[in-house]
Design a protein around this ligand. Structure first.
Ligand code: BES
Ligand code: ZN
Ligand code: ZN
Length: 499
């Protein structure tokens, strides 16, 4: 669905041999001298680079990009500012590459080359640099154009990206990883961006089946009658107000022997109107993104299967709509969860935790090694960390460490919140076993998580609340306005090094 992605190759070749529309050369602030390799190349070009730097205002501030039109084998040299050498890291590299990729595309370039060694401050590993360059470029250039009908042929695209190295190493593994993960991020964005009249629960379930068919994964889809028969009372309660009936999608990947699977549970509300506690305008806008956790899970298992990772995975993804109807569930209803607990409803807009409750218990029954759920669960996530990072909770030391490591590596910022027992107080109900929301305006991310904790048994568990980071308002760095594909890079980093 997304714009066809650029093809990427890695070439060991002399700079003078490259033929391309543009060559990117990185410079650090206050270090504008040319390396031997670049000086030799510049001599062949008639010293255009050296003289440009002497005569123009290029400071190599982070993100600065200056074009020199040379019109030889290389048509344009792009001087790329990397900022201060000491502050440079993979985050800076990714942002700069993503921004320059966008810029070149918008200027009508169809391809470009990156001179790898000039983007290294001497501290970064080539292998990781290649992954980050490919990921940030392919993710940064993403656009959602599916529903544009006019002038589609005029949409500018980069078709080829070349990374130029001077090493004899093969980077096939890194390239393959980065292309597969970028694809998973962008396909997640495509489906999350797909409007709610199209991406109904049935549509998304069929999409999952198709993903599974292509990779020989087991995929089971339960319909509304089967979900009811399973006694998933919370899921059924939320779904019963919509003409678009719910689907429970289970996907399984076996990449290892008998070891316990890792369970990924995703919130899949294809549209969240708030239900009878209807969301007022403008808060009702964008609520197609409420399926993003489940959509990410589908593409994570797909990418793991493509990479043939040696682990077992199960995805549990409940899809439904939260709508207003004579049959809608109400505040004060008491629902019976799949694990037998009774739940008092206080606000029909807190629907995500209800469908997750049943999905988590279902996942826990499979005796997985861990359960990780991904959900656009709360607006309160915006208050906690803004658009910068994603809050999570975790019940297990080993899993917490793995998530923090994966966060650092993937550049998707996570920050843990506590599950202090005091928060349980606010979920006490006068009529049922538990209430599904806490006290208004108090620790909303945590109380939502505290509610979910009732449904995971004693399986080590983490809950990732992407309520805010699911969506971007800006076109900047790896972000494009719209769905972000949140957690895909993170989860892939986590799973590739699971053992
Ligand atoms: N899907 C929303 C959370 C959300 C809101 C995500 C805005 C992204 C942007 C969720 O179902 C919801 O409405 N949560 C309520 C819970 C409240 C009623 C306890 C919220 O966060 O306001
Ligand atoms: Zn809601
Ligand atoms: Zn919701």
């Amino acid at each position: 669905m997304s714009d066809e992605t650029a093809s990427v190759r890695i070439l060991k070749v002399d700079l003078s041999k490259i033929r391309d529309n543009a060559l990117l050369i990185g410079f650090f602030k206050d270090k504008l001298g040319l390396s031997d390799e670049i000086r030799k190349f510049d001599n062949e070009l008639g010293n255009v680079i050296g003289s440009f730097i002497r005569n123009n205002d290029f400071k190599a501030e982070k993100g600065e990009a200056k074009n020199i039109f040379v019109n030889k084998n290389i048509k344009n040299i792009v001087l790329v500012g990397l900022g201060e050498e000491e502050k440079y890291n993979f985050d800076a590299l990714s942002t700069v590459v993503a921004d320059v990729s966008k810029k070149l595309r918008d200027n009508g370039s169809e391809s470009f080359s990156v001179f790898l060694s000039s983007f290294n401050n001497g501290k970064l590993k080539d292998e990781e640099m290649i992954e980050k360059i490919v990921l940030s470029s392919l993710i940064g250039m993403y656009r959602f154009t599916e529903y544009k009908t006019k002038d589609k042929d005029k949409i500018k695209k980069i078709k080829h990206v070349t990374i130029v190295t001077n090493s004899n190493k093969s980077y096939d593994k890194e390239l393959r990883y980065a292309v597969i993960v970028s694809d998973a991020v962008n396909k997640t964005r495509d489906l999350v961006n797909t409007p709610p009249n199209v991406a109904t629960p049935d549509y998304v379930a069929n999409y999952a089946k198709e993903v599974a068919r292509k990779l020989n994964l087991k995929c089971t889809v339960f319909d509304e009658r089967q979900i009811e028969k399973l006694k998933m009372g919370c899921f059924t309660g939320v779904a019963q107000g919509s003409a678009n009936k719910p689907r429970l999608v289970i996907m399984e990947y076996h990449g290892a022997g008998k070891q316990k699977p890792i369970a990924i549970v995703g919130k899949g509300v294809t549209f969240d109107s708030g239900g009878l506690n209807v969301k007022p305008y403008p808060f009702i806008l964008n609520m197609k993104d409420d399926k993003a956790g489940a959509v990410a899970a589908i593409h994570i298992i797909e990418a793991c299967a493509k990479l043939k990772l040696q682990l077992n995975l199960i995805v549990v993804a409940p899809f439904c709509e939260n709508m207003i109807d004579a049959a809608s569930y109400r505040p004060d209803d008491v629902l019976k969860a799949y694990n037998g607990m009774t739940v008092e409803i206080k606000n029909t807009d807190a629907e995500g935790r209800l469908i997750l409750a049943d999905a988590l218990s279902y996942a826990a029954e499979k005796k997985p090694e861990v359960i990780i759920d991904i959900a656009t669960l709360t607006g309160a996530s915006l208050i906690v960390l803004g658009y910068v990072g994603t809050p999570f909770v975790c019940t297990d030391d080993k899993l917490r460490k793995k998530l923090n490591d994966a966060s650092a590596k993937s550049l998707e910022k996570l920050w843990e919140l506590p599950l202090w027992q005091e928060y349980e107080e606010s979920l006490k109900s006068d009529v049922a076993d538990v209430k599904h929301i806490g006290d208004e305006g108090e620790a909303g991310v945590i109380t939502a998580a505290m509610f979910l904790k009732n449904f995971v048994d004693d399986v080590p568990w983490a809950h990732i609340d992407i309520g805010t980071t699911v969506w971007s308002k800006v076109d900047k760095g790896v972000l494009t306005k719209g769905a972000t594909g949140a957690t895909v890079r993170l989860m892939m980093e986590l799973l590739r090094e699971w053992r």
